[in-house]
Every structure is written in structure tokens, then in C-alpha cells.
Design a protein around this ligand. Structure first.
Ligand SMILES: C[S@@+](CC[C@H](N)C(=O)[O-])C[C@H]1O[C@@H](n2cnc3c(N)ncnc32)[C@H](O)[C@@H]1O
Length: 275
């Protein structure tokens, strides 16, 4: 019987091309997620299967690798997504951290901006915005361009207002946005403290540790080894006693070492102060 030699699949070739041209490696992502996204993109970008997508990519590998890298990512978000998280920020985490002085915050995987805008609103309402410095990062260049423009993807309807109120907001969410050229934009003063930077986890980013690190609904796409590396980076990037906020379905059970204290709210961890 002839031995079957394993052949590199088209998916491996696609990911290798992105790695070569964008210096970003998707190989640690959950295989089912990558398979699903590449199948979808093969239809959308090349009207065919993974072989057609590979041919499309190889025709212009530089530009199209960046396009494909961005398209693999899922950039959905919303204002005050998971209001109970923003309520914990408002009532517990931010007031506690603010006692130490200036608040340095990293929002990793900020997508198209709604999460950062929501955070800035809570900081403004706590009178902490002027004392805060926020770095908002995402792998997707396209998503980040949208986030930094301040332009909101959707509308502010009753669902958004309701989530804002569930997150402890007392005013009108609309008041934080303004109309320009028929579009809704976050008011510039809210974003004055925010720096938007393109960055892919788990690459190192910060020289100085932050007090609060928010990375929600990003690790869900990673395989266990990549999650572990990202958590190692978070540990190195947070100051002692600082908070790490993950999404509530991130499945990091067994990956958080003794450095982390799990808080009562799902997905919230504190970096233990040194004993
Ligand atoms: C589903 S969105 C989550 C947005 C927001 N954090 C929230 O919870 O609403 C996931 C975001 O993570 C970004 N992302 C995926 N992999 C990443 C990586 N390795 N490094 C940084 N961002 C990444 C995607 O581009 C996408 O914008």
C-alpha cells in the first residue's frame, strides 16, 4: 500500500502568503474558524473554492494579503455591548483604579470603535476622561480606520439607549454624537484621549504597563496555545493590581495562572499585587 504524504492545503498556502506579506500569523487561530472564514471569502472574493482564492491572492500578493487579513477578522460590535460589563467598570473598576492617579487603558481588538466610544462615555460621566490615556488597537486596518474616524456604523435606537441605561447611564446617549454629512459621529472631545494603533496579538506593544486592559470577544477565535500566549502578554502589560476584562464566553478556564484573581463578574480578572 502506498503511503499518503500529507500535502500542504490551499488554506496553509493562503495563511503563509499573509504571513509573508503582512507579518501576521493566523496559524494559531481555531481551525474551524479559519476554515469557515476562508470558505466564505473564497465565494465572496474569488467566486470559487480555496484554489480560486489562492489564485486570486497570488495575482497581487502584497495588496491582497492585507485585504484578506482584514477580511478574515469579524469586526462586529455595538455600543454598550454587554451592559453589565460597563456597569462594573462604572461602579467598581474605574473608581478603584482612579485612586492611583492617571488611568492608562489598552483596548485590544477594538473593532470599529463602539467599545472605545462606550468606555469614553463612562469615563466622561465619572469625570475621569481628562485623567485617562487610552490606546485602542486592532489587527484589521479597515476596522481601525473606521474606529478612528469616530463614525458610527449604525444608528442610536431604543436598544442602544436601553443598554446605556442598563450600564448606569442617566442621560441621553445621542448627546455624545453629532450629525455630519448625514452620518453620526462620536463627539471629538470624547476621543481626544484615544490613540488608535494597528496591532496584532500576541505581539508585544507597550513600553509602560497599563492599569486596565480590555480585550473582549477576541480570544474566542484563538486556539488554546495562542490564547495562552495572549494571556502571557496581558500579564506583562498590566500593572500589579490592574484589571483584565475578557468577554464572558472566552473559555480561558485552566489557562489563567496563579497571577490572576478571578472576580465575580464573568470574564473579569485582577493581576494580583506581588505578595
Ligand atoms: C468580534 S470583534 C470584538 C470587538 C469588541 N472588542 C467587542 O467586544 O465588541 C473582534 C475584533 O478582534 C480583532 N482581532 C482578531 N484577531 C486579532 C489579533 N490577533 N490582534 C488584535 N485584534 C484582533 C478583529 O479584527 C475584530 O475587530
Amino acid at each position: 500500500m502506498a503511503l499518503e504524504l500529507s500535502q500542504p492545503s490551499n488554506n496553509d498556502d493562503l495563511l503563509n502568503c499573509i504571513k509573508q506579506h503582512c507579518q501576521f500569523d493566523f496559524s494559531g487561530y481555531a481551525p474551524a474558524f479559519i476554515e469557515r472564514q476562508l470558505q466564505r471569502l473564497a465565494q465572496r472574493l474569488a467566486a470559487g473554492d480555496s484554489a480560486a482564492l489562492l489564485a486570486w491572492l497570488q495575482a497581487k500578493p502584497g495588496d491582497r494579503s492585507r485585504q484578506l487579513r482584514d477580511a478574515i477578522t469579524v469586526n462586529v460590535s455595538s455600543l454598550f455591548r454587554d451592559p453589565s460589563f460597563f456597569l462594573s467598570l462604572r461602579r467598581q473598576l474605574l473608581p478603584q483604579l482612579a485612586q492611583r492617579g492617571r488611568l492608562d487603558i489598552w483596548v485590544a481588538g477594538c473593532a470599529r470603535g463602539e467599545e472605545v466610544y462606550s468606555l469614553a462615555i463612562v469615563l466622561a460621566e465619572l469625570d475621569l476622561l481628562a485623567h485617562s490615556r487610552i490606546i485602542a488597537t486592532d489587527l484589521s486596518h479597515q476596522a481601525l480606520a473606521q474606529a478612528s474616524s469616530g463614525r458610527l456604523c449604525g444608528l442610536i435606537a431604543s436598544a442602544e439607549q436601553q443598554r446605556y441605561q442598563q450600564a448606569g447611564g442617566r442621560g441621553q446617549l445621542k448627546a455624545y454624537f453629532e450629525h455630519r454629512n448625514g452620518q453620526l459621529y462620536c463627539r471629538p472631545q470624547l476621543l481626544a484621549a484615544v490613540q488608535f494603533v494597528q496591532h496584532g496579538l500576541p505581539q508585544a506593544l507597550l513600553a509602560e504597563p497599563v492599569a486596565l486592559l480590555i480585550c473582549r470577544n477576541v480570544l474566542i477565535y484563538f486556539g488554546p496555545a495562542l490564547k495562552q500566549r495572549a494571556i502571557g502578554l496581558f500579564e506583562a502589560s498590566l500593572m500589579e493590581g490592574g484589571f483584565l476584562c475578557l468577554g464572558d464566553t472566552e473559555a480561558v478556564c485552566g489557562l489563567m495562572g496563579p497571577t490572576w484573581l478571578e472576580l465575580e463578574t464573568l470574564g473579569l480578572f485582577q493581576r494580583r499585587p506581588e505578595l
